[in-house]
Structures are given as structure tokens and as C-alpha cells.
Ligand binder design. Sequence first.
Ligand code: SF4
Ligand code: SF4
Length: 197
Amino acid sequence: MLPLTNRSKVVVKKEMSLSEKIYLPAIISGMMITFSHFFKKKPTIQYPEQTREFSAIWRGQHVLKRDEIGAERCTSCGLCAVACPAEAITMTSAERKPGEEHLYREEKYAATYEINMLRCIFCGDCEDACPKEAIFLTDRKVDSEYNRGLFTYGKDILVEGIEKEKRIDVTKRQTPEVLEFKKHKEFDHNVVFEKKK
Ligand code: SF4
Ligand code: SF4
């Protein structure tokens, strides 16, 4: 039968040599490969005593950001939930009341906001989808738990603290273009409530 391609090889069934029959050379060459690995730098580390250095843009636990005066940036638009491929985000919206401007940056805010950390695959799509710079992934690790119910993180865990020392720095996650844009206070996006009045 004619071959369809010229890639086929003819297998020759030849007699094994003496060295092949006693297997010793093959065993010795295999052992040499094994021993050579003893002197190489080990890629494993003794976690949790040792930890690796993370990249500045490593994607870990989320934070819901506040603006300069401490108001929550999230306007409960739902874009992050729509973008989430794991359907891990849920929220309910509420309307800001007069006098709450220092609490919520926009007229609508997230009364509840939850991320199911067991569903999340830390892809960062929620961060990319957010038009308000309200949600970022950070270099913090999600704690291990024995109870599955504790992996649904609400606003009490996700929203950063209002005090300066409790704010979470996400500037390393922002591109030079974004940081340049934020310098322009003439854009409404960059204006804090106190200046809007
Ligand atoms: S990181 Fe990805 S999977 Fe996790 S909540 Fe955000 S969009 Fe969903
Ligand atoms: S985090 Fe951003 S994208 Fe998600 S609801 Fe809030 S403002 Fe919208």
C-alpha cells in the first residue's frame, strides 16, 4: 500500500546488544541524571515558613476603594458583576440621602456588595470593568477557612478603612496613563465632593 505522506518510518527489529540486555548502562545514566539534580537550586520552598516575593500586580483579595475624603467610590452600576466570568459578585443598590455625600461619592451606592471567594478565579475582569476605580485586586491573600460560608466576603471585609493608615495603596496596579489622567482635576471623574459643591 502506498503511504499517504513521507513521514512514516520503517521500524527495524534488530537484536539487542549486550549492554542493552543487561540494562546496567541505562540504569547508570538514569542515576546520573538523578544525582545531578541534588546539586541544582531547589524550586520548592517551605511554605508557610518561607514565602515567595509576589509581583506588584499579583491578583489577590479585592478591595473596594474610598476616594480622597473617605466616600465609597462604588456606584453599584453592576458592570463588575456582568464582567465576572465566575458570577461571583452580587450587590444591591440604594439611593444616597442628603447629608450622606461624605459617605458615598455618587447618588447611587452599593448597600450590599458580596464576592464569593470560592467562585472567584482572580482574573481581574471586575477591576478592568469598573468605571469608578472602585474595585481593585490587591497583593493580600484570601485566608483559609474551615467553613465554606465564611468565603462570601461582604462590605465589612471588602471596603477599605476610612483612616489614612488603613487605606490600601493600589497605585502600582495603575498604568502610567491612568496616573497621568488622575492629575487632571478638570475632569469630573477626578473631582472630590467637597470641590464639586
Ligand atoms: S477577579 Fe474575576 S472571577 Fe474574581 S470577582 Fe473579579 S471578575 Fe469575578
Ligand atoms: S465596583 Fe465598580 S463596576 Fe462594580 S458596581 Fe461598583 S462602580 Fe460598578
